[in-house]
Design a protein around this ligand. Structure first.
Ligand code: PLP
Ligand code: TYF
Length: 394
């Protein structure tokens, strides 16, 4: 079976993680993989998660199977977190999945089965796993312009022109907030314009929500998603609890289908359960139960929201401090856009050779496309990284 196998492409972000682990230079700086870090460089277990786990440990008296779509209490908690009251409950189908990636996979697989000719529109650039999974499933991939490298902002005109060419039933994959890898946000006006174009074309929004609460606030980060769900007949959402609950390895995510009405909701719920059954029967439960425990208890919710706000404000303060350090080092505002981006990522505009120099000469790790994880910048690393970037990039 394996003698003549041609090896699959590997994930360059995960490859970089392995090279970093093997680097023994003491001042190495990891701005690669998208994992939140506190100012002391740790990826902590959040306080509300610890408390919820303690409660579960004390009270849980069985680990028997749950339903194929996961626990309905988890669906309800996530429906409120993601959608607020934007749509009636009767329109929403949902299934727990192993992480946001699992939810993306389930939704794309369902699309391939139900509408095999639908194209999936991806922003240029986007998270590499979007194209990898879509290609693996044999879906047609189209790209729409998104990032304007000249300004470090949105190529609004290019995006709208490209999206107007989508066909009825195509999926348009949008990042709810904290775009990976660019950090460029859509304003509410942009979401409105996208919604109007989707209404005209009949294409379906597929929203990847991996960073709710990392950009502006839980509500603001969901505003575009809620707007589209309220205005269009169908919206697909893959939400992840990896980052905002810090539950990375527990694999907590949910596939949500906002449907046109109760009949379609029943069909979507049956399809989501069916695809879980085909792939792994029951989705993981522990992390989902932690999330529903937190969101089901006002005190734990408050503890969680407060810690999340602290993480977000820390990242935004790091952005401002880093943009300022670069302004001083370069004597220009060339990197000013870093301050206005949101979430963990920004593109620094480095060529692959410059990325290699940052790693080889300065022990600074960024992804080969020039993506940096701002959360990896501890306060004491900022001057060193700003100096190195000015030296290598200018
Ligand atoms: N989507 C995007 C854009 C991401 O950056 C990530 C990574 O964290 C995910 C989805 C899904 O992550 P996970 O599968 O760990 O929940
Ligand atoms: O983009 C990132 O760095 C995060 C983490 O295959 C990640 O989303 C990276 C690669 C991957 C899965 C998750």
């Amino acid at each position: 079976m394996f003698d003549a196998v041609s090896l699959p492409e590997t994930d360059q972000i995960l490859r970089l993680m392995a090279i970093y682990a093997g680097d023994d230079r003491p001042l190495k700086v990891d701005l690669g993989v998208g994992v939140y870090r506190s100012p002391d460089g740790r990826t902590p277990v959040m306080a509300a998660v610890k408390q919820a786990e303690q409660r579960i440990w004390q009270n849980q008296n069985t680990k028997s199977y749950v339903g194929l779509a996961g626990d309905p209490a988890f669906h309800g908690a996530m429906r409120s977190l993601v959608l607020g009251d934007a749509v009636p409950v009767g329109r929403v189908a949902a299934a727990a999945a192993p992480g946001g990636t699992g939810a993306i996979r389930q939704i794309l697989e369902m699309t391939k089965r139900l509408t095999p000719d639908a194209a999936v529109w991806l922003s240029d650039p986007t998270w590499p796993n979007h194209s990898s999974i879509a290609r693996y499933l044999g879906l047609t991939i189209r790209t729409y312009r998104y990032y304007d490298a000249e300004t470090g902002g949105l190529d609004r005109a290019g995006m709208m022109a490209d999206l107007s060419a989508a066909a009825p039933g195509d999926l348009v994959l949008l990042h709810a907030c904290c775009h990976n890898p660019t950090g460029v946000e859509l304003s509410l006006q942009d979401w409105q314009a996208i919604g109007a174009t989707l209404e005209t074309t009949g294409a379906i929004p597929f929203i990847d929500m991996a960073y709710q609460g990392f950009g502006n606030s839980l509500e603001e980060d969901a505003a575009g998603t809620r707007l589209l769900a309220g205005m269009l007949p169908e919206t697909l959402i893959a939400a992840s609890c990896s980052k905002n609950f810090g539950l990375y390895r527990d694999r907590v995510g949910i596939a949500i289908a906002v449907t046109s009405g109760e009949t379609a909701q029943g069909a979507a719920q049956a399809m989501l359960a069916y695809f879980n059954r085909q792939n792994y029967s029951f989705p993981p439960d522990h992390g989902a139960r932690v999330v529903e425990t937190i969101l089901g208890d006002p005190i734990l919710t408050d503890i969680w929201r407060t810690e999340l706000r602290g993480m977000r404000e820390g990242m935004n303060a790091t952005r401002a401090a880093f943009a300022e350090a670069l302004r001083v080092e370069t004597g220009s505002d060339r990197f000013g856009f870093l301050g206005s981006h949101r979430g963990m990522f920004s593109l620094i505009g480095a060529t692959p050779e410059q990325v290699d120099r940052l790693r080889e000469e300065h022990a600074i790790y960024v992804v080969r496309d020039g993506r940096m994880n701002v959360a990896g910048l501890t306060p004491d690393a900022i001057p060193h990284v700003a100096r190195a970037m000015a030296e290598v990039l200018i």
